[in-house]
Design a protein around this ligand. Structure first.
Ligand SMILES: CC(C)(COP(=O)(O)OP(=O)(O)OC[C@H]1O[C@@H](n2cnc3c(N)ncnc32)[C@H](O)[C@@H]1OP(=O)(O)O)[C@@H](O)C(=O)NCCC(=O)NCCS
Length: 173
């Protein structure tokens, strides 16, 4: 099992529950190595199906399917060049779903004019992003509640020189 046989497609409104389920399962199973149980339970408790695909926050959201099963999803703010989510169901971790989604989301960003892609990586995912060309910039925190703030790492990747996108002619040299 690898990236072969994976289908990536844009998420639709009827996927909200699916995105929530993938997100919840990924955090519970894959982030427990890096965070305390109370941090993981607070994180999961705050996730709600209605929090995804909010009409007032247009985003590029892709779902990865193997067979007809949704096995991962990712979300970017393509204009800003910010990766906001990348989650894979636990039994598919390590089989290329995350890299396939990341590559497609990067392409969406490079088609625009953002000079780099940034993200706040969970501690368990820092090596994954490093392997895909992201540099760790500084330690950061994702506040969940007044008492619980998740330790993260701010990471970024420069727009590749080959990705011209919609950059204005004067910046293309
Ligand atoms: C981080 C994440 C998106 C990576 O996606 P993925 O599809 O697992 O990516 P890969 O296929 O490249 O595998 C990643 C690594 O996991 C390892 N792995 C293998 N089996 C695994 C398993 N059962 N559980 C966890 N990791 C496993 C692989 O060895 C691989 O490392 P390698 O490329 O050096 O061999 C995914 O693991 C995930 O959803 N993690 C939890 C949520 C998270 O932290 N998301 C990022 C938020 S910033």
């Amino acid at each position: 099992m690898g990236a072969e046989g994976l289908l990536l497609r844009p998420a639709k409104e009827s996927d909200r529950r699916t995105l929530w389920r993938i997100h919840t399962r990924a955090v519970e199973a894959l982030c427990l190595r890096a965070y305390a149980p109370h941090e993981v339970s607070t994180w999961v408790r705050l996730l709600k199906p209605e929090g995804y695909l909010r009409p007032e926050r247009p985003r590029t959201v892709l779902v990865a399917e193997r067979g007809r099963r949704a096995v991962g999803f990712g979300q970017v703010d393509a204009a800003l060049g910010e990766l906001e989510a990348l989650y894979v169901v636990p039994d598919e971790a390590g089989h290329g779903v995350g890299p396939a989604l990341l590559s497609a989301l990067e392409s969406a960003v490079w088609r625009g004019s953002a000079p780099l892609m940034g993200l706040d990586a969970s501690l368990n995912a820092e090596h994954f992003y490093q392997r895909h060309g992201y540099a760790s910039v500084h330690a950061s925190r994702r506040p969940l509640t007044v008492d619980v703030q998740l330790a993260c790492v701010r990471m970024q990747k420069q727009r590749p020189a080959t990705a011209m996108g919609r950059w204005p002619a004067w910046r293309r040299g």
